[in-house]
Write a protein that binds this ligand. Structure first.
Ligand code: URC
Length: 306
């Protein structure tokens, strides 16, 4: 019987990095949670415990902090590319690297004299994410966010679904539609360098625009199903952003049930609701251009996605 090592990767998970840019009177803060994953010539460490090729996870963690000091921290995507290129370029046995980043937003505390220069309050309804993957075949960037909680109190219906002997759900022409949007989008690589990450993307502007398009489509779509809202959100992004090849969503259907107030002699036309936390429907889909370039390794290290 032959036994061999299968797919493997290793890295330091959840390096909490806060970088303070003190170069101006008004400080700037980047608050990141960075996870590294390396692949390469790691047979010996697994099968024999020979650590000669094993760039330790402790070194990986130190590298996150040291490169932040050397280069500062620009957009999460830029910092991810910096790290991924460093790991694949500096240590021969490492053939590929994936860097997963979450970014927690802070904004200046408003005061009577204006926004404070060095006092911040956590902000942002959502957590920004980026996953950068690099190997000898190219570089891939997947940007995104998680936990963007939205709710519509009108213009959502759900009807026409099959009724089996186990179906109790009533059809409705008016319900609450609520979800926590997780979205991840993959950029089109520059055609002049197949597989290379796009160099010209303004990551921060793209992020704000995609979020705005997603929110607007959620708000303005008369929803016949959460699936339909999801598709409309993806379509809105791809119609405007030629630099995005594909966007994937994972969205819980956060059910809100009208409380039965009849025992108290009251009607309840969807006014008093119970926000159930579980179970919840989970709706996931990718919306993609039909001419999108191959995804390569873009999604390999994106956790929990269709
Ligand atoms: O928008 C919805 N999609 C479903 O697939 C579904 N299933 C369900 O019970 N309620 C809903 N709502």
């Amino acid at each position: 019987m032959g036994i061999r090592l299968g797919r493997n990767e290793y890295g330091k998970a959840e390096v909490r990095l806060v970088h303070v840019d003190r170069s101006a009177d008004d400080h700037r803060i980047k608050d990141l949670n960075v996870s590294t994953r390396l692949r390469g010539d790691m047979e010996a460490v697994h099968t024999r415990g020979d650590n000669a090729n094993c760039l330790t996870t402790d070194t990986q963690k130190n590298t996150v902090y040291a490169l932040a000091r050397e280069h500062g921290v620009a957009a999460a995507e830029d910092f991810g590319l910096l790290l991924a290129r460093h790991f694949t370029g500096e240590h021969a046995p490492v053939h590929g690297a994936a860097v997963e980043l979450q970014e927690f937003a802070w904004r200046r505390i408003p005061t009577a004299e204006g926004p404070h220069g060095h006092a911040f309050v956590r902000s942002g309804a959502e957590t920004r994410t980026a996953v950068v993957t690099a190997d000898r075949g190219g570089e891939w960037v997947v940007s995104g966010f998680e936990g963007l909680t939205v709710l519509k109190s009108a213009d959502s219906e759900f009807r026409g679904f099959p009724r089996t002997r186990f179906t109790t759900l009533a059809e409705t022409g008016e319900r609450i539609l609520a979800t926590d949007v997780t979205a991840r989008w993959r950029y089109v690589a520059e055609s002049s360098a197949p597989g290379r990450a796009p160099q010209a993307v303004d990551w921060d502007a793209a992020y704000e625009r995609v979020k705005a398009l997603v929110l607007e489509a959620f708000a303005t779509t008369r929803s016949l199903a959460l699936q339909q809202s999801l598709y409309a959100m993806g379509e809105a992004v791809l119609r405007e952003r030629a630099d995005i090849a594909e966007i994937r969503f994972s969205m819980p259907n956060n059910h809100h049930f009208a409380v039965d107030l009849a025992p108290f002699g009251m009607d309840n036309p969807n006014v008093v609701l119970h926000a159930a936390d579980r179970p919840y429907g989970r709706i996931e889909a990718a919306v993609e251009r039909d001419d999108a370039p191959d995804a390569g390794r873009a999604w390999d290290s994106v956790p929990g996605f269709v």
